[in-house]
Design a protein around this ligand. Sequence first.
Ligand code: HEM
Length: 442
Amino acid sequence: MTLRRGIRWMVRHGLVRRTVQRQMRAGDLGSRLMIDPTTREDPFPYYDELRAQGRLVRTGLALISAHYDVCLEVLRSPNFGQMRLDRLPGILQLGRKLGGNPVLGPIEPPSMLAVDPPDHTRYRKLVTRAFSARVIATMRPRVEQIADELLDEITRSTSRGPAVDLVTRYASLLPATVIAEMLGAPVAMRRQFLDWGAGAALSLDIGLSYRDFRRSERDITALHRWMLEHFAVIRRAPRDDILSTLLAAHDQGDQLTLDELSSIAMLLLAAGFETTVNLLGNGAVLLMRHPDQLEVLRVQPQRWAGAVEEVLRYESPVQRTGRLALRDTEVAGHRLTAGAFIVVLLGGANRDPAVFPDPHRFDVARPEADQNLAFSSGIHYCIGAALARLEGEVGLRALFRRFPDLALTGTPHRSPTRVLRGYDAIPVRLSSRTQTVTSVPL
Ligand code: HEM
């Protein structure tokens, strides 16, 4: 453990970890969310318990809500901003200074996810257009082609045995290929990006072990180094892609510092696959476990877009976010002082029976599924929502069209993360009819 990294870990994770462990022994509800393994595996009973206790529940670490209307209000309110480590109280600030420069992580400024206006507005303006619903709709044929090529490759390789890990062979490669092409990053490096992204994803959780913290810093640093080298390559031969546009905003337009440029580029790349892999993985497992719902889609293929909304609602790939009160304010009848922190349970809001009747039922024809908060709300609403929806629909539909009797051969393995919810391995057996099913109207 290097001294500075050790201090950084202690400030960000070690102290919280100790506090939360003590609170959990004392029966505190908030701490279960952070470290309890049962709650990580299946958080939904916990969300129900928390929701029954109130609209906004005060716990040892923070205020928490699993009520849809409270979550929506907080996300949309100008009285709340992003939680940033430079807003930590007194002694922790000192530790932060001693810990030296942190890596450019996804929840550290200048990440778009970690800043408020006016910086946030400036960053978003540079990339919003490339992710608009109109531009994304034009990408459908290419996403279909990528999905088909990956499925062809799986079909070819089944001569080596019918069992496949759906995550490594499909759910991760589809979004990694799409976002690499879109940004102008080399597709041949997609497995390396996925590996670095998995390390970066750990940093979204709090209370990490030192080992995980070290891995996340190592992988983010490696990605950052690669990105800086890649900027030099683009500088020599600019192209018509998002990274070239961002680089020009730094080099010519003077609109971004180098750290801002790197941070936006890394966030777009990693967010482009780290979450969508979970939409595809969660969706595939849900549909294999609910053959009646798959049958609905076979008979009514026009329901695929709605089915993706239901997957997003039922097993939200991002389970929670948080907001800090920027000034004294009031929420759900609670008076809050500036600095109060609220954990917004997106996955809990999405199972709120006040908005989603019979919320624990997976129903691809649910009429209100698109009200889900899986992509958050307000100014940080996911930039990649249209792209993720497209990849979810095209990816799942192509998968079940090619392999209509896709089946689990073992228990899918959950990823170790808490904020992100998905699987890191899904063992499946492919259909015996793989080559002949393209006419099935899925
Ligand atoms: C199923 C897939 C996805 C889910 C569930 C998801 C979810 C989210 C959520 C919940 C937020 C906001 C967090 C907050 O309010 O604090 C967010 C922000 C963001 N997402 Fe996604 N996302 C997905 C896919 C993507 C894709 C494909 C991209 C492509 C680049 C992307 C890029 C971003 C970016 C850049 C932000 C920051 C926006 C801002 O702070 O203004 N996401 N996403």
